[in-house]
Design a protein around this ligand. Structure first.
Ligand SMILES: [Zn+2]
Length: 128
């Protein structure tokens, strides 16, 4: 095994043993940075979310899967299986995006515009 592989393996074992402590330290560090410079944190958070959404459009399409609308300001990631509420509760909005980005799941997600999103919601509830 190469040295870097040994180091990775050692770190992974150490991380597993200290996971809770590491997470708490990261959380405290992030809270401190946010308090010290809230405007920077807010801007970085917006930029990070925009990069994530852009990566998702690269994967799931830059146009609405139903009507072809292409203005990104009104495009969203749709849960084809209609499990969006549950997934957002379990993973958080950012967690859903991260899941969809880490693994391409075209049977679970698609790009829809907000109009088609609402129309689909009505259709699923058998409303007019
Ligand atoms: Zn549409």
């Amino acid at each position: 095994m190469a040295t870097t592989e040994v180091e990775k393996s050692r770190y992974k074992k150490w991380y597993e043993a200290n996971k809770d402590r590491v997470r708490e330290m990261k959380k405290q560090s992030m809270l401190k940075r946010r308090q010290e410079n809230p405007e920077l944190h807010r801007r970085q958070s917006i930029e990070s979310k925009a990069r994530l959404k852009s990566a998702l459009f690269d994967m799931y399409g830059h146009v609405c899967a139903r009507c072809g609308f292409d203005d990104k300001r009104a495009l969203t990631l749709d849960h084809k299986l209609n499990n969006g509420n549950k997934e957002r509760r379990d993973l958080g909005e950012r967690g859903v995006y991260t899941k969809a980005k880490n693994t391409y799941l075209p049977n679970e997600y698609q790009t829809l515009c907000m109009n088609c999103q609402f129309i689909k919601r009505c259709e699923d509830k058998n409303e007019n």
